[in-house]
Design a protein around this ligand. Structure first.
Ligand SMILES: Cc1ncc(COP(=O)(O)O)c(C=O)c1O
Length: 394
């Protein structure tokens, strides 16, 4: 039985699979079970910023695994204490307390609960095309119908306004609004950077009207957009900032960082068994050290600028727009993206969709310019050739 057959027999069925089995990674490269190598521009859907088999992260995990893996927050722990201090040290100014959890949706779920708790208000304003996760609260903030409708009724009190429409946000935020939640660059919604006017305006509206600003940096955090956090590009100071994905070098981990308008929360209203486990904390400390000492946010900024310029030079009738920030890059096509993703895979490049028509690139930030140039050449080839029809779904 092949790996594919074995997995197909037992899988939940929730995922649309690509027909390869990935068995090994190194830096920005992945190998399949037939020994074929790929340049990874899918980047573990944003959890792979540090690169595959990152030696510093692997060493920290191995050492900590031999020392202490689990330790719920009812006890203090050396690695957790160190990580909390480190996170506050690198976070946008004003974020001073930390809740640790295990994924992006859990971080968003917690932030929404904290916003209700602290403000005593019930309503949340989110954005069209926003993506915040798939648990019931986070899903209520997510926009895409295909994820929401099968599970309705969702949490009441959520509404969505057009992203980058400050006037619409102004209309929506009132004295019942507990929080506004948004991404600085929308990821799943199509790699759409927020305008400075919208993002700064959202922060000002929240302050004026007693609502909290939740910035979801689950995809943009840890160097992806060319700064440690995307908030830094505009000097944003959210009240709550959600992070996850690359936070622990690829190990599952999430966090909410909180500012003074949230303060210290009352004991026992929320929690998580695995939250703040020493294994993930040690991996996260190693990941942050590696990002900083190798200047990966700066590398992402430089390479991202180069990559977008290179992609913008491609003469193809199917390209509508190239956009992004740092190494979070999208090409909006005039057609469905799936055949192009398949074409890229055949050329040895793995990429992601973002919605139906956007080709998305989230390479590990350790990728070299030569590797990215090779990926760009493949993109050019695939976008300038006639599309091969294929039945495999994305
Ligand atoms: C902006 C954003 N928020 C939240 C999530 C949910 O994260 P997770 O899949 O870890 O639950 C994602 C996942 O893609 C995301 O991109």
């Amino acid at each position: 039985m092949t790996i594919q057959e074995q997995e197909n027999r037992y899988t939940s069925g929730l995922y649309t699979k690509r027909p390869i089995a990935i068995v090994r990674g190194m830096g920005a490269r992945l190998w399949d079970s037939d020994g074929r190598v790929y340049i990874d521009c899918a980047g573990a859907q944003g959890a792979g910023n540090l690169g595959h088999a990152n030696p510093a992260v692997a060493e920290a995990i191995a050492t900590q695994a031999r020392t202490l893996i689990s330790c719920p927050e009812m006890f203090y722990n050396d690695k957790r204490a160190e990580l909390m201090e480190r996170l506050v040290g690198i976070a946008p100014a004003g974020l001073s307390h930390v809740f640790l959890c295990n994924s992006g949706t859990e971080a968003v779920e917690a932030a929404l609960k904290f916003a209700r708790l602290v403000t005593g208000r019930r309503e949340v304003v989110a954005t069209m095309r926003g993506f915040h996760g798939r648990t019931m609260g986070a899903l209520s903030a997510t926009w895409e119908k295909k994820y929401r409708e099968p599970f309705e009724p969702l949490v009441p009190g959520f509404r969505h306004v057009a992203y980058n429409d400050l006037a619409a946000l102004d209309q929506a935020v009132n004295d019942q609004t507990a929080a506004v939640i948004l991404e600085v660059v929308q990821g799943e919604g199509g790699v759409r950077p927020g305008s400075p006017e919208f993002l700064r305006g959202a922060q000002a509206l929240c302050r004026q009207r007693g609502a909290l600003l939740i910035v979801d940096e689950v995809q943009t955090g840890f160097g992806r957009t060319g700064a440690m956090f995307a908030c830094e590009h505009l000097g944003l100071q959210p009240d709550l900032m959600c992070v996850a994905k690359s936070m622990a070098g690829g190990l599952p981990m999430g966090a909410v960082l909180m500012g003074e308008r949230v303060g210290v929360l009352p004991a026992q209203v929320h929690g998580s068994t695995f939250g703040g486990n020493p294994l993930a904390c040690a991996a996260s400390l190693a990941a942050i050290d590696y990002l900083e000492s190798n200047h990966l946010p700066e590398h992402a900024a430089e390479l991202g600028t180069w990559f977008m310029a290179r992609l913008s030079r491609i003469q193809s009738p199917v390209i509508r727009e190239v956009r992004g920030k740092g190494l979070m890059v999208g090409i909006e096509l005039k057609q469905k993206v799936t055949p192009y993703l398949q074409g890229l895979m055949a050329e040895g490049v793995l990429a992601l969709p973002a919605g139906l028509t956007v080709l998305r690139f989230l390479p590990p930030l350790v990728i070299s310019q030569a590797e990215l140039a090779q990926a760009a050449d493949a993109v050019e080839m695939v976008l300038t050739q006639p599309v091969r029809e294929s039945s495999a779904a994305e």
